[in-house]
Design a protein. Sequence first.
Length: 214
Amino acid sequence: MIITRKKEREALLAMLRGVRRAALVGCASCAAACQTGGEKELEETKAFLEDHGIQVLAAVLPEECCHKMLVKRDLKALRGLELDAVVCLACGDGVQTVADNVALPVYPANDTLFLGQVERVGIFHEYCRMCGDCVLGATGGICPVTRCAKGLVNGPCGGQKDGKCEVNPENDCAWILIYRRLERLGKLDSLLIPAGQRHEHAHPAHLNLREGAK
Ligand code: SF4
Ligand code: SF4
């Protein structure tokens, strides 16, 4: 899931300086689960903006705000409205997808943080940086790119203390976790990552399943 956090309300207002009439677009998927872009947040944002002199003429909630066809369909509700801007309560992908579909300024109501695991409602952990060359098969299903503070893929830095990371002692050292897990599984021999052969993808990345993966 893409994890988002609401921007400070003052920051949102600062972006909207000069805007008098706006529409809101949420996301019923990740942003709704993060409590940043579901029905409740659309209502709260509408009330907040109206309290600050910005009229909200419409609010739409696409099933997935990163899905161009769904967004295009739902944004038809904005046709004919005299809008100065659209405020998008989704992730950065959603904001850009909305911007691809309207000839108006589109402002993000959220900051996009990471791709995360949902531990339970409202608790998320970053688990993957989408590096494009997954090493989990060698590391016991624990990602060193993400869960090691230095993103080391070829072994620990040696700075851990009592199993905690030297960069942030609130986190377990990923490499201790990896070693212990592989040891438990009897798979320590898999810990031979050919770091030199890794190829992270260039940005922006694309994938076209209709033409075959590249
Ligand atoms: S190795 Fe790369 S693709 Fe695999 S979990 Fe880590 S960041 Fe994600
Ligand atoms: S202490 Fe462990 S997790 Fe932290 S940076 Fe070093 S190897 Fe990575």
